[in-house]
Write a new protein. Structure first.
Length: 112
């Protein structure tokens, strides 16, 4: 499986379900967030359950990829989901069709 296929699956899975998202990770995967690293399937699942569960229903539909770069096993995304997320960035290290390392940061307006 190519980096492009895994990345495309991950982006599509966000709009489908947490189970679909989790199929891209392994027990050894690590997700680096603004709150610190999360290692393993249980922790990563919890992150996505909160992120997707707390998202307004139209956030995922508003997601727009601004930039996507791929070099060897690394994929880099800049995206937004206005008016909910002004700017976000993800970096993925993908090996054998699985995300082994993932960084995520976002800039969202403060809650009103």
């Amino acid at each position: 499986m190519t980096i492009e296929v895994t990345l495309a699956h991950h982006l599509q899975a966000i709009s489908e379900s947490v189970d679909a998202v989790m199929s891209d990770y392994t027990e050894k995967s690590v997700l680096f967030t603004q709150s610190g690293p999360i290692v393993g399937l249980a922790g990563i699942r919890s992150f996505f359950e909160r992120f997707i569960g707390n998202a307004p229903p139209t956030l995922i539909a508003a997601l727009t990829v601004v930039q996507q770069d791929i070099h060897r096993e690394v994929a880099y995304l800049i995206w937004k989901a206005e008016p909910f997320i002004a700017l976000a960035s993800d970096t993925f290290v993908i090996r054998s069709g699985k995300i082994v390392a993932h960084t995520f940061v976002m800039l969202a307006p403060p809650p009103t």
